[in-house]
Design a protein around this ligand. Structure first.
Ligand SMILES: CC/C=C\CCC/C=C/C(=O)SCCNC(=O)CCNC(=O)[C@H](O)C(C)(C)COP(=O)(O)OP(=O)(O)OC[C@H]1O[C@@H](n2cnc3c(N)ncnc32)[C@H](O)[C@@H]1OP(=O)(O)O
Length: 302
């Protein structure tokens, strides 16, 4: 029987779920083992990871309501989960998806960029860079199962994966809309988009801060496939089997060859990029734009 290992560093419902996990895995433990090891963060988890060691596929589920925005906790959970999976010999592939209805991820948490000083901006941006770098340079086959809207940082997760499957729902949007927010996509994310869409389409998309409906995203190649919403995850699993049919070593070397230039450029410029971000985002004019954008988001509801 396929034994599904609950692989996450953190669990959402604390001791009781950890006891349940022990029971499911058939492990006898006098203590609730996961809660004992990781109890510090058991209630703040934004991400769940389930690794099926019989298939080698891990599913990373984003579960930070209301919109899976990428706050520091989210970014930290993401980095830890990626590191663990990368080191796990049982894991060959990763599927990213969301447990939040209608939203894959709303991107960076604007509250982490609004009203904060340069020190916070520095730490935050390093964590954002790390998220992209870990996913973009992963040895695993990475598939984004985009089951909801995916603006900005949400699109970053999809773009840095090897393959993108999106729910066929015209109300769901995806794209890099940073310019609309009053900020600018970093060069490494721009490079990542150029590789996917080509220079001309990227230039239009970024300057116009375009969010594409799922059908339009398919047309320009921002996603690879549309399927009915209930089939997004199963299609991702089927697609993974195809990618697994290629020997890991040759696929990995090919991937790293294709991504090397972008990675090298990022690594040589990452500190400059952090300083640029901290200077840029703390400017009065940028803070004003962020404040206006936030107010618009809140007003939408009223
Ligand atoms: C110099 C380099 C700078 C930047 C580098 C760029 C890299 C990436 C940048 C980013 O990711 S910036 C973030 C951009 N994100 C967006 O523009 C998305 C904004 N959100 C939406 O469009 C929608 O929320 C939605 C994702 C389509 C979901 O819509 P829905 O109707 O389901 O939810 P609602 O809008 O009511 O939101 C609920 C709740 O969440 C708050 N919210 C939404 N997005 C964010 C966010 N990104 N950060 C912080 N908070 C967010 C929203 O205000 C609502 O809050 P409330 O309940 O208190 O009103």
């Amino acid at each position: 029987m396929a034994s599904v290992l609950r692989h996450s560093a953190k669990f959402t419902s604390g001791i009781s779920s950890s006891l349940a996990a022990c029971a499911r895995n058939g492990t006898a433990c006098a203590f609730p083992c996961h809660a004992f090891r990781h109890r510090n963060s058991s209630t703040s988890s934004k991400i769940r990871v389930d690794l099926d060691s019989s298939t080698g596929v891990a599913v990373m589920t984003l579960q930070g309501p209301p919109v899976n925005s990428m706050c520091m906790d989210f970014l930290t959970d993401f980095a830890i989960s990626m590191e663990k999976l990368e080191l796990d010999k049982n894991c060959r592939g990763l599927i990213l998806t969301s447990a939040v209805p209608k939203v894959f991820s709303a991107g960076l948490d604007i509250m982490e960029m609004y009203g904060k000083g340069p020190e916070h901006a520095t730490v935050f941006w390093r964590a954002v860079q790390e998220m992209w770098f870990k996913l973009y340079s992963s040895n695993m086959v990475t598939i984004a199962a985009v089951n909801g809207s995916s603006p900005a940082g949400g699109c970053l997760l999809a773009l840095s994966s090897d393959y993108r499957i999106m729910a066929d729902n015209p109300r769901y949007v995806i794209g890099l809309n940073e310019a609309q927010v009053g900020i600018v996509a970093p060069f490494w994310l721009k490079d990542n988009m150029v590789q996917t869409l080509g220079h001309r389409q990227t230039e239009k998309s970024l300057q116009l801060a375009q969010l594409y409906s799922a059908p339009d995203a398919l047309k320009i190649g921002l996603v690879d496939k549309l399927v009915p919403e209930e089939k997004v995850l199963s299609t991702a699993t089927e697609t993974m089997a195809k990618w697994f049919s290629i020997p890991d070593h040759s696929r990995q070397i090919t991937k790293s060859m294709m991504r090397k230039q972008t990675i090298d450029k990022f690594l040589s410029n990452r500190e400059t990029d952090i300083n640029n971000f901290a200077n840029f985002v703390t400017k009065d004019s940028i803070q004003k734009s962020l404040g206006t954008y936030l107010a618009k988001l809140k007003k939408k509801k009223a």
